[in-house]
Design a protein around this ligand. Structure first.
Ligand code: PBG
Length: 323
């Protein structure tokens, strides 16, 4: 045998030299669920180890995340039904606790990169990402609502907008709204290839945001489609997206790799709630080794080509590295 690949694996020093993919806290964005109130840290039943936080306790948690090297976070609001309506008016209301949290977090920790969610579903009495009329999800009529939401978030000091709704044309619409108000430095991370997936279950539990009827298949992508992701990516980039996201991640590694090869902006991956919940459950039963599995899963997303990863595993992974 002239060629023995095992020679390049024979000790840790050589293995480290030929290692192709690196994963560190720099690549991670950590999601949080926010509720109005004080002293609240309520565990999400279908997503253990993750909580609905009130702002006071979230500030402490963010500080402990900064200590383990995490500095990028994405925030989702969990609203009581009483604040939801058909047009998501609470999303840009002046006394909105979500906007207040953005302002407070950015004041306390200017070094944090904070990303928002721009979509109607957390605020919608229909549980959809667009305006509903006679059972149809309207596209163009939804854009001005997203625009108001995005502008309010920019005014509150957000660093990156995260349009997660999959309405056509929303990236250009939001970019124009931002630029017209001189928010040229606010970035947009487009949820570009967001699939109509069953992996979002625990997230919808966390926000109580499941659609009240129907499903999201007329706006989120068909899990069977890969080439269509290229069209979404081309549009989002032309419309001004700074990053394009693939979501979910683990069951869509091929899409991450494909978009990384065919596009010119950084690609991010959302390791979504259902993907993490499966791991928590199996680890809890002692069927898998949590630390090794989490590291391997996150590494697979980097290997597929993701520049950044949104993951509920972020803090646990950061703690593994500290050990
Ligand atoms: C909706 C939204 C969803 C997630 C983030 N934003 C789910 C959905 O489309 O219902 C899911 C994230 C996760 O599962 O972790 N705008």
């Amino acid at each position: 045998m002239l060629i023995r690949p095992r020679r390049n694996r024979k000790n840790p020093a050589i293995r480290a030299m030929v290692e192709e993919t690196h994963l560190s806290v720099d690549h991670l964005i950590y999601p949080f669920f926010l509720v109005d109130g004080k002293g609240i840290q309520q565990e999400i039943a279908s997503l253990p180890k993750n909580y609905r936080w009130s702002l006071d306790l979230l500030l402490k948690e963010l500080e402990s995340c900064l200590h383990v090297g995490l500095n990028k976070f994405v925030l989702f609001p969990a609203l009581p039904d009483a604040l939801k309506d058909a047009t998501a008016t609470y999303s840009y209301a002046e006394d909105n606790f979500y906007l207040e949290a953005i302002r407070t977090i950015k004041t306390h920790f200017p070094e944090i990169v904070l990303m928002s969610d721009v979509a109607m579903d957390p605020y919608s009495s229909d549980g959809h990402d667009g305006l509903v009329s006679e059972g149809k999800i309207l596209n163009d009529e939804t854009l001005p609502i997203l625009g108001k939401m995005a502008l309010a978030q920019a005014q509150a000091g957000i660093d990156i907008l995260g349009p997660s709704d999959m309405m056509d044309g929303r990236i250009a619409y939001l970019r124009n709204v931002l630029d017209a108000a001189s928010f040229t430095d606010v970035s947009i991370m487009a949820y570009t290839a967001k699939y109509a997936s069953a992996f979002y279950g625990p997230f919808r539990d966390a926000l109580n945001s499941a659609p009240k009827y129907g499903d999201k298949k007329t706006y989120q992508m068909n899990p069977a489609n890969r080439r269509e992701a290229l069209l979404e990516a081309q549009l989002d980039i032309e419309e001004g997206a700074d990053f394009i996201m693939v979501k979910p991640a683990l069951a869509y590694l091929d899409v991450i790799a494909y978009l990384k090869e065919t596009s010119s902006v950084p690609v991010t991956a959302y390791n979504v709630s259902g993907e993490c919940a499966m791991v928590y459950a199996a680890a809890d039963k002692g069927w898998i080794d949590y630390e090794s599995i989490v590291s391997e899963i996150l590494l697979s997303m980097r290997r597929a080509g993701a520049n950044g990863i949104l993951s509920y595993f972020a803090k646990d992974f950061a703690n593994f590295l500290k050990k």
